[in-house]
Design a protein around this ligand. Structure first.
Ligand code: SF4
Length: 267
C-alpha cells in the first residue's frame, strides 16, 4: 500500500498538505474565492487551554469549562473542522479537560488532534491519563529542548514531534492560513492565530457568544497576518496547518520504511 493510500485510510478527508504547501500562492486565492462564495469553514482549530503563553496561569475573564470546550469542538466539527491542536502550558494532569476534548474530538468527529505541550512536558507517571486516546490520530508536539523528555510516549504508540516553526514573519510574506482557522484562548476569546494571542487588534470575539461561521465570514475581522509581524517569542510554534503537515510527513516516512522492509524480507 502506498503512503498516500494509508494516510488517506487513517486520516480520511482531503489532503491536509494542500494548505501549508501553498502558504504563499494557492491558499490565499482559494480562501478568497471561498469567502466570496460563502463557503469558508473552520478547517483547523487551535485551542489554548491555559494562558501560560501570556505569562498567566489563570485565564482572565474566567476559564472555559470542559463542557464549553466540547461545544466548541462540536461546532467546529459541524462546519468541517478536521484538525485540532490543543496547546497546554501547564502539566497535563492539571488539565483533565484536555483528555476529554481529545477523546471526544476523535471518537465523535474522527478528528486528528495534536497536543502541544509548550510548557511542562508530559511526565512518565501521567501516561495512564492517556488511556482512551486514539494513538493513530494523536501526536504530541513539544519544544525541541523537551522532546527527549517525552520520547517515552513513542513506546505507547504516540507520535512525538517538534512544535517549533523556524520561519519568521519579518522574512516571510503575509500569512493567510488563518482564513481557515481560529485560535481560542483559555477564557474563550478568539484570535486570528496563536502568534497574536492576547493582542486585541487581532481579536475575533468570544467563542460562546459568536457562531464560528459568522466569525469566519466576517470580512471586517482580521483573518490574515501581515508581513513583518513577529512579536511572539513562540513564533509560529504549534500552528495547526504546519503541525498537520509534519504529521503527514512522519506517516509517509514510516510507510516508506515499512514498504522497504517488506520488499527486502524473504518471501
Ligand atoms: S502562527 Fe504563523 S504560520 Fe500559523 S497562521 Fe499564524 S502567522 Fe501563519
Amino acid at each position: 500500500m502506498t503512503s498516500k493510500k494509508r494516510w488517506d485510510e487513517i486520516y480520511a478527508g482531503d489532503n491536509p498538505l494542500a494548505l501549508p504547501q501553498n502558504i504563499v500562492r494557492g491558499v490565499r486565492e482559494r480562501a478568497r474565492k471561498g469567502a466570496r462564495n460563502g463557503s469558508v469553514s473552520v478547517k483547523y482549530l487551535w485551542l489554548y487551554v491555559s494562558d501560560v503563553a501570556l505569562g498567566k496561569h489563570v485565564a482572565e475573564g474566567g476559564a472555559m469549562s470542559a463542557e464549553d470546550w466540547l461545544s466548541v469542538v462540536d461546532e467546529a466539527a459541524a462546519h468541517g473542522c478536521k484538525y485540532a491542536i490543543i496547546s497546554v502550558g501547564d502539566a497535563l494532569r492539571d488539565h483533565p479537560e484536555v483528555l476529554e476534548m481529545v477523546v471526544w474530538a476523535q471518537s465523535a468527529h474522527g478528528m486528528i488532534v495534536g497536543i502541544h505541550m509548550y510548557g511542562e512536558p508530559v511526565a512518565e507517571e501521567d501516561v495512564d491519563l492517556l488511556v482512551g486516546l486514539d494513538q493513530a490520530k494523536t501526536c504530541f508536539f513539544a519544544p525541541r529542548p523537551t522532546l527527549d523528555a517525552i520520547a517515552f510516549l513513542r513506546d505507547h504508540g504516540f507520535a512525538v514531534l517538534s512544535a517549533e516553526e523556524d520561519h519568521h514573519h519579518d522574512a516571510t510574506p503575509e500569512c493567510h492560513l488563518p482564513e481557515e482557522m481560529t485560535c481560542v484562548n483559555a477564557s474563550g476569546r478568539m484570535y486570528t492565530c496563536g502568534l497574536v494571542l492576547g493582542d486585541e487588534s487581532y481579536g475575533l470575539g468570544h467563542v460562546l457568544e459568536r457562531k464560528l461561521t459568522t466569525v469566519m465570514h466576517d470580512e471586517a475581522l482580521p483573518h490574515w497576518i501581515p508581513k513583518g509581524l513577529d512579536k511572539s517569542h513562540r513564533h509560529c510554534n504549534g500552528c495547526p496547518p504546519l503541525m498537520i503537515k509534519r504529521m503527514r510527513e512522519l506517516a509517509e516516512q514510516r510507510e516508506s520504511a515499512r514498504d522497504a522492509d517488506e520488499a527486502g524480507s524473504p518471501a
